[in-house]
Design a protein. Structure first.
Length: 380
C-alpha cells in the first residue's frame, strides 16, 4: 500500500477501493529489497563531509509507508556551480530535526530556529547490532529571529505544531521573503490557510509527513522509521526534491486533499487513544480501544468524503491492523507532547473533524465526546 516495488515505481492506491487482505510486517517487497541501514542514511558521521545523494530511500521503510501514495519526484540534477540551498527550519523537534538532517545531508546550509538553545542537533537511530547510532547534523542553532542572516532563505521548513504558528510568527516574518518557498510540515488539513499572513499561496507547499520519530530532549531526535513527505504534484515540489531533500523523500500526488485527509483519519484515532490512555500504540491491541479507534476513524472518513476527499474504503480497519503491529515503543506525536507536558494539537486533528463535520452537517458524536477530554489534558 504505497510502497515501492522492486522496479522503483510506486504502488498506487485504488481510489475508494477496498484494501483486501492485510499484509504482515515483513511482507513488503520494498522492505526485503532494501539493505540494512546504519545510522541515518546519507548523513555524515562526525568528521565526515556530507554527501549529496540524489537517489534512493532516505529511511528504512516501516508501517508508515503503507499510507504513502504518489510518484517519486525525479528532479533535474543540480547544475555545476549551483550554490547550496539556504534553509530555515522553524521547530527542531522530531519532524523538523529529522528533515533538517536530511537537508544538511543533501548539501544545504541549514539554520535551526528554536525557542530553547542547544549545542548541536543529533539524530539517534538503531544500528545493525540493535545499539544506538548517533549522527551529528551540521547546522546553525539560533534562538532570536534577529540573528538570522540578512541574505534571505530559499526555503523555510515549518515543522511546529499547527497551534504554535502564532508563537513563531516572528520567525516566519524574519525568514520568509519574496523569493522564499515555505513547506508546511504539519498534521491536519488546509495547511496553506495557516501561513496566509506570511506567504503568498504560490510560495506555499503543504506536506503530509510520514515518519516515526521522537524528540527525546532539545537537540536529540530518535528516528525509528519512515521519513517521507507527500506533497502536491507541482513545480515547487520538484524544486524541494532538487534543492533540499532527495528524490526518495518526496512523493508527488495529484490529489493532495485526499492524501491529507487520509493521514488525518489515521492520526485522529492513533493520537487520541494513545494520549487519552498515556500508552503507546500497543494499547490498540485491546479490543475495546481498537473499537474506539475505529469509531473515530469512521467519523473522520465520513467528514473527509463530505469535503471532497476520495478516502479509500476499509481505511479504518486496515489502519488498526497495521498499527497493532508497530514496533515496541512506537508512539504518536500527541502522546509525546502529553508525556513532556506540552500543549496538545488536538484542535488540528479531532477538532478539525468536528469543525468541518459541522460545516457539512456530518455527525461526529465520538469525536465530539473525546475532544473536551483532550482539551482538559492539554490545559493541565
Amino acid at each position: 500500500m504505497g510502497q515501492n516495488t522492486a522496479s522503483g515505481e510506486p504502488v498506487r492506491w485504488p481510489v475508494r477501493a477496498g484494501f483486501g487482505q492485510s499484509r504482515g510486517m515483513a511482507d513488503s517487497g520494498a522492505a526485503s529489497a532494501l539493505p540494512a541501514h546504519h545510522g541515518v542514511p546519507g548523513m555524515a558521521e562526525p568528521g565526515e563531509r556530507p554527501s549529496r545523494a540524489r537517489t534512493g530511500t532516505a529511511a528504512p521503510p516501516g508501517p508508515e509507508m503503507d499510507f504513502v501514495a504518489g510518484r517519486l519526484a525525479r528532479p533535474t540534477p543540480p547544475r555545476a556551480g549551483m550554490p547550496s540551498a539556504r534553509i530555515a527550519v522553524i521547530g527542531a523537534g522530531a519532524v523538523g530535526g529529522y528533515f533538517a538532517a536530511r537537508a544538511a545531508a543533501a548539501g544545504a546550509e541549514v539554520w535551526l530556529c528554536v525557542r530553547r538553545a542547544f549545542d548541536r542537533l543529533v539524530i539517534v537511530s538503531t544500528g545493525a547490532d540493535g545499539g544506538d547510532v548517533e549522527a551529528e547534523v551540521p547546522a546553525e542553532v539560533v534562538t532570536d529571529p534577529a540573528k538570522l542572516p540578512p541574505y534571505g532563505f530559499d526555503w523555510v521548513l515549518l515543522a511546529t505544531k499547527a497551534h504554535q504558528i502564532p508563537a513563531v510568527a516572528p520567525w516566519l516574518t524574519a525568514a520568509v521573503g519574496p523569493g522564499t518557498s515555505v513547506a508546511v510540515l504539519q498534521n491536519g488539513v488546509r495547511h496553506a490557510e495557516r501561513v496566509a499572513a506570511f506567504a503568498h499561496p504560490d510560495q506555499v507547499l503543504p506536506a503530509v509527513v510520514y515518519i516515526n520519530a521522537e524528540a527525546e530532549r532539545p537537540g536529540v531526535v530518535r528516528h525509528r522509521a519512515g521519513g517521507v513527505l507527500q506533497v502536491p504534484d507541482v513545480l515547487l515540489a520538484e524544486r524541494l526534491a532538487e534543492r533540499v531533500l532527495t528524490a526518495g523523500e518526496v512523493r508527488l500526488t495529484e490529489d493532495f486533499a485526499t492524501a491529507a485527509w487520509t493521514k488525518l483519519c489515521v492520526n485522529s484515532a492513533a493520537n487520541t487513544v494513545t494520549t487519552l490512555t498515556g500508552r503507546r500504540l500497543e494499547v490498540l491491541r485491546r479490543d475495546d480501544v481498537a473499537q474506539l479507534a475505529l469509531a473515530i476513524m469512521k467519523e473522520a472518513v465520513a467528514v473527509a468524503r463530505a469535503d471532497g476527499a476520495e478516502v479509500p474504503d476499509g481505511l479504518p480497519e486496515f489502519t488498526v491492523r497495521r498499527l497493532r503491529g508497530q514496533p515496541p515503543g512506537a508512539g504518536t506525536s500527541m502522546l509525546y507532547d502529553r508525556l513532556a507536558g506540552r500543549r496538545l494539537e488536538h484542535e488540528a486533528l479531532i477538532g478539525a473533524v468536528v469543525r468541518i463535520g459541522a460545516e457539512y452537517g456530518v455527525p461526529t458524536p465520538t469525536c465530539v465526546t473525546v475532544l473536551p477530554l483532550l482539551a482538559a489534558i492539554s490545559d493541565g
